[in-house]
Design a protein around this ligand. Structure first.
Ligand code: SF4
Length: 479
């Protein structure tokens, strides 16, 4: 429905943090490839740079050298519903209060239309749900000069999925919605007894790449404020108590394998998914292989549990992004052919178990099966390490409509035929949860239809405001 984004924030007195923010965003590139941006403060002035493209396209040495300051937030974005142009790029900036603020958002709100009406935004002026939240916060400023007070006033009426990073000239903020749909973690630069700075990131590898240690996950419903006193939690008067519902698809596909969520290393959970899938849906075969890259750990687990040899039957062009988050169907189809190539000497004459992480539209799997058969595979048994995707996501993952979801419109037998495989099995929801083995709660709505929140009653009318990309939004005075 909207974006799967990556957010990053850093507060490190005495350090120039633009380059560290670049590295953090680079580690989060897989979460969004349409635009990138960062806001940097030197204590007096907030500078925002954002543009369409990959992190390394938007920022070069020259751009980074002009971004002076010890405090920053960053964002990588993928959008399908909000404007996919410069206006939709983040961080969003509002020049209000003593110093203005910038905001980066991962997730998708479910009451955007209602929120927009509260601040008198008319349909053609809404760029994204994140833009509406920035406007709500800006409207709170005549009542308060503090961003944390504005957040306390506004967040209780914001519904849906959000992991926000925010900053003004002085402070860094991070907040997760009460369900904790999207991840957000806290890291520390320097030793525990003499911290040199603090970092917020969607995923823990963005901490490691800049030499920060993982401290903890930000709790669902928690607002953290970071300044010279270090991080501290500020309470939010949420309208109701709810349990955590971290997106279970983060484990199956979205997150990097070296991320830690709910204290579990994602790669290890994916291997266990394959092990449980082998027990749940065994197959007679000569070789187990994964669809690179997120299908590979589950394939390793399947091979280990089944005793069937593991091999690499497909080579991935590492310089091509994920087909799932390419912006349209044509691009997705082209991306599969450009991305994956079979190894005929490995697959020729073999009965294959092919493990993939998910089937959304079936584009990837159809192409893969055809390529493997052309390369000489005698049988293809497809095993999927997530359950059938039957319902759309309203919490930040692109599943445009039920019409496009293969499993929403076809039985397993029909999908077997459509994909041209000899057999097909998906992991059960129970086995998926068992493979993760975490105590926290999950959102599994796209597999079960059990949505944790009320669903949007209407689709906000979003509109492109500006046509021409502009790299520099502003160099705005801090006071
Ligand atoms: S609906 Fe699916 S993809 Fe969306 S948050 Fe829930 S589990 Fe994740």
């Amino acid at each position: 429905m909207k974006e799967a984004c990556g957010v990053f924030g850093i507060y490190a007195p005495g350090r120039k943090v633009a380059n560290l923010t670049f590295d953090g965003l680079f580690a989060l590139q897989h979460r969004g490839q349409e635009s990138a941006g960062m806001a940097v403060s030197d204590g007096n002035t907030v500078t925002v740079v954002r543009d369409m493209g990959l992190v390394a396209t938007v920022f070069d040495e020259r751009t980074l050298s002009g971004l002076q300051g010890h405090l920053a937030i960053g964002h990588t974005r993928y959008s399908t519903h909000g404007a996919s142009d410069w206006d939709g790029a983040q961080p969003v900036y509002r020049p209000v209060g003593r110093a203005g603020f910038a905001l980066g958002h991962n997730g998708n709100l479910t009451n955007t239309t209602e929120l927009a009406e509260k601040v008198g935004m008319f349909p053609g002026s809404i760029v994204s749900d994140s833009d509406v939240v920035a406007e709500l916060l800006a409207h709170a400023f005549p009542e308060t000069e503090e961003l944390s007070a504005a957040l306390q006033a506004v967040l209780p009426i914001v519904e849906g999925a959000f992991s926000f990073v925010l900053m003004n000239t002085q402070k860094l903020f991070g907040v997760r919605d009460p369900y904790g749909f999207r991840p957000l973690c806290l890291g520390r630069l320097g030793p525990a007894d003499a911290p040199e700075g603090w970092v917020l990131a969607s995923e823990s590898p963005a901490l490691s790449v800049i030499g920060a240690s993982f401290v903890r996950e930000i709790a669902p419903g928690e607002l953290v404020v970071i300044d010279e006193e270090g991080p501290r939690s500020v309470s939010i008067p949420w309208l109701k108590e709810v349990g955590p519902r971290l997106c279970i698809f983060e484990f199956a596909y979205i997150a990097r394998p070296d991320s830690k969520l709910y204290g579990r290393e994602v790669h290890a959970t994916r291997c266990r998914m394959g092990e449980l899938l082998a027990a749940q849906a065994p197959a007679e075969a000569d070789l187990v292989m994964g669809v690179p890259e997120s299908g590979v750990p589950a394939a390793e687990g399947f091979a280990r549990a089944s005793g069937i040899p593991y091999g690499q039957g497909l080579v991935k062009n590492r310089y091509i992004g994920r087909s799932f988050i390419a912006p349209d169907q044509q691009a997705r189809g082209d991306a599969v052919r450009r991305k994956l190539n079979p190894l005929p000497e490995t697959v020729n004459g073999k009965r294959l178990v092919v493990v993939d992480d998910s089937i959304v539209r079936g584009t990837t799997q159809r192409s893969v099966v055809r390529m493997l058969r052309e390369a000489g595979a005698t049988e293809v048994h497809l095993r999927i390490s997530s359950p059938p995707w039957r319902w759309p996501c309203f919490y930040g993952i692109d599943t445009p409509s039920t019409d496009e979801l293969l499993a929403a419109n076809h039985t397993i037998e029909e999908i077997t035929e459509i994909l041209g495989v000899d057999s097909l099995a998906y992991i059960s929801v129970e086995n998926l949860k068992a493979a993760i083995g975490a105590d926290g709660g999950f959102c599994d709505a796209c597999f079960t239809g059990d949505y944790p929140t009320a669903l949007p009653t209407s689709t906000p009318v979003l509109f492109r405001v500006r046509e021409k990309p502009v790299a520099y939004q502003a160099v705005l005075p801090g006071v």
